[in-house]
Design a protein around this ligand. Sequence first.
Ligand SMILES: NC(=O)c1ccc[n+]([C@@H]2O[C@H](COP(=O)([O-])OP(=O)(O)OC[C@H]3O[C@@H](n4cnc5c(N)ncnc54)[C@H](OP(=O)(O)O)[C@@H]3O)[C@@H](O)[C@H]2O)c1
Length: 235
Amino acid sequence: MKISGSIALVTGANRGIGRQFAQLLLERGSAKVYATARNPESIDIPGVERLRLDITDPASIAAAAAATTDVDLLVNNAGVLTGANLVTGDLDQIRLEMDTHFYGTLGMIRAYAPLLAANGGGAIVNVLSALSWFSYDGANAYSAAKAAEWSLTNGARLELAKQNTLVTGVHLGSADTDMSAAYQGSKVDPADVVRAALDGVEAGRLEVVVDEWSAGVKASLARDPFEFYRASLAS
Ligand SMILES: NC(=O)c1ccc[n+]([C@@H]2O[C@H](COP(=O)([O-])OP(=O)(O)OC[C@H]3O[C@@H](n4cnc5c(N)ncnc54)[C@H](OP(=O)(O)O)[C@@H]3O)[C@@H](O)[C@H]2O)c1
């Protein structure tokens, strides 16, 4: 999959990592970039095609797909972090996390799979997280939703291989966006996330692990979970 000449669609392109995707896709030579958002007037990137899209609304997905039949690179970036926990958290918030990360991304993949097939296969990028691989008290609904989205990524990849669609999962720890504003630790530049993701797509990679923290979390899955959660369980 070459970025140059691609026709890309990015969800949540008005800010954060999605805005960087739209911008860098243009810089790397995409022939057209559909920058989508719930409020397209909030998209301020010159040269993109602005489009309204709420990934939790099936009618909105259908309308977007009907208007963008030429897409061959779909970037599922839109996401929310409610801060809800699972056992006592607000169920509506937990459902919003699942509706966005899992069902929203699933809806996009189902709508765009036939278009990608018609356009030669193309690629799908799903923006996942290190939190697909671990839980964190205070963001457990997000972790569950990102884990579901990771599994969706793996399953869709198998199902779409026959139509020659690359499905790339991108995992990162913390990036410097509104979503992580309250987090005090180190954060990667959203532009570096996008560079790694687009390099991964061009290299045909199934998975892009952006930072050392995410790589360490992934490695921990092969060990006894007590090692990873020791400090959290003690507090
Ligand atoms: N920042 C991090 O530390 C971090 C770490 C790991 C993974 N991620 C993932 O990276 C992706 C981008 O996050 P970000 O850091 O750029 O967050 P952000 O700055 O908070 O931006 C989130 C974007 O998603 C959009 N969005 C939310 N719900 C939507 C919906 N139903 N339909 C369409 N768009 C919707 C938002 O649109 P509005 O402006 O309309 O709200 C916004 O454009 C997410 O999938 C997130 O889970 C982020």
